[in-house]
Ligand binder design. Structure first.
Ligand code: FMN
Length: 378
């Protein structure tokens, strides 16, 4: 493993102007500033990649993945305040100024724009040909029940009644060639969309985009009012309109320069087990009432870069992202007000071990409540 001063062979060509602020551009910036570690040795997607990611805690590009010749996995992009600044196009050294600039950007969202030409349309697989196992989906932790397709991705849905869009990050465990779980808190906006669809006996269309620009992930993870569009917040943070393309089998839009897009539907009337999964608090969390997602279409760029993350340790990149969002008052774990207030303070102070402890205590209380009142489960 070596730090990467030279990045000439990172991509077959320098990222094009039209794709300037996509994930590849960020990886390029990290390489250019000496923050990227490229791993060219063969690494096993089963446990080994996750172990390295949790140990190293710096941006890593895995370029040689067992069983997946030619595939690459990028992780830990936002593993420090410095790389968060780089993802926003800011100077890593200017901390107080950067916070003021991020607040200014948050207050000035930019509407996304629809485009016809999308790099993600370079490869398209439909219907029964869809095989999610062709992606180098890591089994991040030997404590996880399986491989996680969605750990640092976006889930896009629309409210079946109002048509308003939600973009969030909700973990997804791979269940087979065309199936995955969707694990979400019952108070999340996705859960509200699905509840409405299910009441009508309908499946909920959903698009999953993996390998999007980091400001899109920041916006998706942010607490943003239900009727407001996270792509507008992402545009503000990124300082340019997010370019969206229309999906084909679902009436949804996704970033045109995503590395990978999966279209599909969440099935009504079905719940499946997600996990155990080593979550942000370091808990082995199991969701017995996760949703079931059936994929209908898979699109990916040439030589796609899979983006994911291995969490569960104090200060991992999800904590770094939450600490950044807490400074903007954009964190909501859909827990009690007290838990929310405590977690906000801990994140702002970057007390990550205590933040994890608060998550563990919260999970134990919820578990206890469920034992006392089984009917209260979502
Ligand atoms: C890496 C990462 C993983 C997350 N996983 C989940 C998850 O599995 N389920 C969930 O409900 N929220 C998860 N979140 C938090 C949501 O993305 C966050 O609460 C977001 O604000 C949800 O949006 P909503 O309020 O529009 O539903 C995750 C966040 C991050 C950054």
């Amino acid at each position: 493993m070596e730090p990467c001063p030279a990045h000439a062979r990172l991509f077959s060509s320098r990222p094009q102007a039209a794709e300037e602020k996509d994930l590849r551009h960020f990886i390029w910036v990290l390489a250019d500033s000496g923050h990227l570690v490229r791993i060219r040795e063969v690494v096993d997607w089963r446990f080994e990649m996750g172990r390295i990611a949790r140990d190293r805690r710096v941006p890593l590009l895995f370029e040689n993945i067992k069983d997946y010749p030619g595939a690459r996995v990028f992780t830990n992009g936002l593993s420090s305040p410095k790389t968060i600044a780089l993802a926003l196009g800011l100077q890593p050294s200017l901390e107080p100024e950067n916070l003021a600039e991020a607040q200014r950007r948050e207050a000035n969202p930019i509407k996304p724009k629809l485009v016809e030409i999308a790099p993600v349309l370079e490869n398209i697989v439909e219907g029964r040909e869809v095989d999610l196992l062709m992606l180098p989906v890591p089994h991040w932790n030997n404590q996880d029940a399986g491989r996680y397709l969605g750990t640092w991705h976006i889930n896009v849905t629309k409210d079946p009644e109002t048509g308003s869009r939600n973009v969030g990050v909700y973990r997804m465990q791979l269940l087979g060639a065309r199936q995955a779980t969707v694990s979400t808190s019952p108070r999340s906006h996705l859960a509200r969309h699905f509840a409405k669809a299910e009441k009508q006996g309908q499946a909920l269309p959903m698009a999953v985009a993996i390998g999007v620009s980091e400001p899109v992930i920041m916006a998706a993870a942010a607490a943003y009012p239900n009727e407001m569009d996270e792509f507008e917040l992402a545009g503000g943070l990124q300082q340019e309109a997010i370019q969206l393309m229309r999906c084909k089998t679902v009436d949804l839009e996704v970033p045109a320069n995503s590395e990978i897009v999966i279209e599909g539907f969440i099935q009504p009337g079905i719940r499946v087990q997600d996990g155990p999964y080593f979550d942000y608090a370091g808990n082995r969390d199991t969701n017995l009432r996760a949703y079931l997602f059936n994929a209908t279409r898979l699109m990916f760029r040439n030589n796609p870069i899979f983006r994911g993350t291995s969490i569960g340790v104090a200060g991992a990149e999800d904590h770094q992202l939450f600490a950044f969002l807490a400074q903007l008052n954009l964190v909501d774990f859909h827990g009690s007000r007290l838990k929310q207030a405590v977690q906000n303070i801990l994140l702002k102070q970057r007390c990550f071990p205590t933040f994890q402890l608060s998550g563990k205590i919260g999970a134990s209380i919820s578990h206890f409540k469920t034992l006392l009142h089984p009917a209260s489960r979502s």
